[in-house]
Design a protein around this ligand. Sequence first.
Ligand SMILES: [Zn+2]
Length: 483
Amino acid sequence: MRTRSSVFAAAAAVTVAVLTVTGNPASAGFGESAGTAEGAKGRAAAAQKPPTGGQGIGDPYYPSDGNLGYDVADYTVKLSYDPAAGSIAATTTITARATSALSSFNLDFGSLTIDQLTVNGQPATYRREFAHELVVTPAAAVASGTTFTTAVTYHGVPEGVAWKPQNDGAVVVLDEPHSATVWYPSNDHPQDKATFHLEATVPAPYAVVSNGTEGATTTAPGPGGSTLTTYRWNLVEPTTTYLTYFGVDKLTFKRSTLADGTPVVDTYAPGATGQQANEAKLPEIIDLLEEKWGPYPATAAGGHFLDTSIGFSLETYTRPVYTAGAGIQTIAHELAHQWWGDHVSIKYWRDICLNECFASYSQWLWDEHNGTDLDARYKSSVERLGFKYKLYDMGAGNEFTGGGVYTKGKYFLHALRHKLGNDAFYSSLRAVLTEYADRNISMPELRDELAERTGVDLTSFWAEWMGTRKPSFANLYPGSLGG
Ligand SMILES: [Zn+2]
């Protein structure tokens, strides 16, 4: 996400309201002095004790997000969207492996009306709790270590800030830190990555875009002489739920390929076709980012361009969604997220610098590619920086505050580049991206990985930049920045 929307603040406030389930996050004891990765793991395990039957994956900021007891392998969502009513009718099939014996388990799911729910093909009972807990009791307990399927059929008008009606019956669904819950039952936390398939039917002239590569499109006669078209999208890279989305509009499709054959599909809402000139830079931006961060991590690319302002753009995997008026800087930012946030993801929301510091610094790398002297920019402006913004554990609802990870984050990483040295900076970060591919990493773990790989002690450098005070001269002007 590049900028924070005002509606997001409301969403965060709603989520905070359910924190009473496990207590106040301010007392959770997670600080910047989180110590070693092992220490962080110990505290994470303590935080993962579920209050009831596996609810909450253990995120101190959003304790009811995600669930325990299983690991999702795949979501397949089959839905139809009615532009006149703004409603969906859907069946989502979740394939998961039980990590413990499950007499019952939780899914995160919003307010849509459930018509049928089965586990391994047998009708299951269910009840709803709190803001978005769906507690499922299978007819027969699921044995630990086995793979099981849950199929939920439901309908209605999705409710929540993630559901964003567009012009003339169109819609797009996305948000951060959670959005899937609004439109499909899921384990809605970045720690549980899964492949994602969408099959969505709409009446002509509407079309559907989502993550990944295009499957076959089929048509069938609909009511009143209409034509119904079914679009299929397949994301084969394991992804976190908030990076999945779909958009419906009277879309213009533009298809191309990268030099290595990766298919690029760009879609434009009717009033956004002028964005094609900016999106034409995508191959050049990806080339630059590959040079810095390693091979492009996915098997599809592109962008979905809206013609309304939703207040932010989002790095939905393989195909970011761009608010009206997004420029090349935003495209560079969201494409950088394909490495930072999508391919390698945060462990908890307090680790958001992993996403936003790197995506924001990649905008500087794009400027550098176009001739900007970053050292001169840094030295001429760093003293005016708002140092009060934490880059780690900034508190629920503060993750996307503008002066923090988006601004101070760029300076932090430019200083880190000088602290480690140019070659070690890129090579160690590329090694981390390879090591943690399709997985999650915390900021303290990232610090320890970089220190170990480069032999540079990052203790004071990291602590000072993550904190709320201006770093010492040595950490503000490391390496040749001090010369
Ligand atoms: Zn971002």
